[in-house]
Ligand binder design. Structure first.
Ligand code: ATP
Ligand code: MG
Length: 323
């Protein structure tokens, strides 16, 4: 079974990415053959500055390695090191209807938030389909926002297979963990790198504190009992706490004198505690950029082998193989 996962180096990786995807991905290294990549071409849809993209790629690589990505066991690379994906993207574009892309929630959400509606952003799901199909992926662990894109991948693969009367592209399945399907950001909307509502995993203590303190709540006073049910702080605490700890927290919500500021500090402690054990390994990679580069190159060479073999089959089938 092949598991494929990608993340855009479009900004600092946040706890939504961690619980929505990275954690599952790292754990899945024991369940099957993991292919994981940093989606640098995808990130071009939102990052338009050279240094920012380069830094994001490095930072994402370092974080993945620190969090347990094993480059020997798995295949870990940067998307643009395996250019075959762009060829497949073009081929698949010709099996993707405009209507399918027009229905994409992610595109609609992003443009509604003021992100420029260009062709790259619009055709993003086709590139994602190419990422998945090029590597014969069976399972794609994602957050809820990406389920539709995986369904679109299946549609595109179906059209392609149908057109050439051959089951050449494998239909993938999205794997979503309901509890962490959508981690809310500090404003209550989906936490997203491009929405400015994130909480970092490895930010400075000061920065993470500022982010946590900015979580939006209702305006209940200290002496009023509060409701944990729809509280953004509580929803984030759920990711870090045991059942028992959550029960205790619920009690605190009902206790006059306990305020949102206190709950935020409890959450902050939990976040720091959770990511602390990875700090040393992260430091090591930050101080050894050459090592990170080598790891990514090694991963790209493994990924390229698979991609080349698949593209040869595909070229042959569509009529680009002979001449
Ligand atoms: P961008 O704003 O640039 O789209 P993003 O924060 O949405 O960035 P992606 O790189 O698009 O991150 O997504 C990487 C993975 O993280 C995907 O599997 C996605 O489903 C998951 N993910 C992103 N945000 C969340 C979230 N708030 N909750 C759960 N999973 C998430
Ligand atoms: Mg996203």
């Amino acid at each position: 079974m092949r598991i494929l996962s990608g993340i855009q180096p479009s900004g600092t990786i946040h706890i939504g990415n961690y619980f929505g995807m990275i954690k599952k991905m790292v754990e899945s290294q024991d369940d099957g053959e993991l292919f994981a990549f940093l989606a640098s071409y995808h990130a071009l849809t939102s990052v338009k500055e050279k240094e920012a993209l380069e830094n994001n790629i490095f930072e994402a690589a370092v974080n993945f390695l620190a969090l347990g990505m094993d480059p020997e066991k798995s295949t870990f690379w940067v998307q643009h090191d395996v250019k075959e994906v762009l060829e497949l993207y073009w081929i698949l574009s010709n099996h993707t209807s405009m209507g399918l892309l027009e229905r994409a929630h992610s595109y609609k959400d992003k443009t509604a938030k003021g992100i420029q509606a260009n062709h790259g952003l619009f055709s993003y799901p086709v590139l994602m389909a190419a990422d998945i199909l090029l590597f014969d992926s069976n399972i794609v662990p994602v957050g809820k926002d990406q389920i539709q894109h995986v369904e679109m991948t299946r549609d595109i693969a179906n059209s392609f297979n149908h057109a050439y009367k051959k089951e050449i592209l494998i239909l993938p399945e999205a794997k979503v963990d309901e509890i962490v399907a959508t981690v809310p950001g500090t404003d209550g909307a989906k936490m997203s790198k491009s929405y400015g509502n994130t909480i970092d995993m490895f930010g400075s203590k000061k920065k993470v504190k500022k982010q946590v303190m900015s979580i939006v709540t209702d305006s209940k006073e200290l002496d009023e009992p509060k409701e944990w049910e729809n509280c953004n702080i509580y929803k984030l605490c759920e990711l870090f706490m045991s059942e028992e700890e959550l029960k205790e927290l619920q009690q605190r919500y009902a206790t006059p004198g306990e305020g949102y500021g206190h709950f935020k500090l409890t959450l902050l402690d939990k976040i720091n505690e959770h990511f602390e054990p990875y700090a040393e390994k992260r430091e090591y990679f930050i101080n050894n950029p050459q090592k990170v580069k080598e790891i990514l190159e090694f991963g790209a060479s493994k990924a390229r082998k698979v991609a080349r073999a698949k593209m040869e089959q595909i070229r042959e089938i569509v009529g680009l193989g002979l001449y």
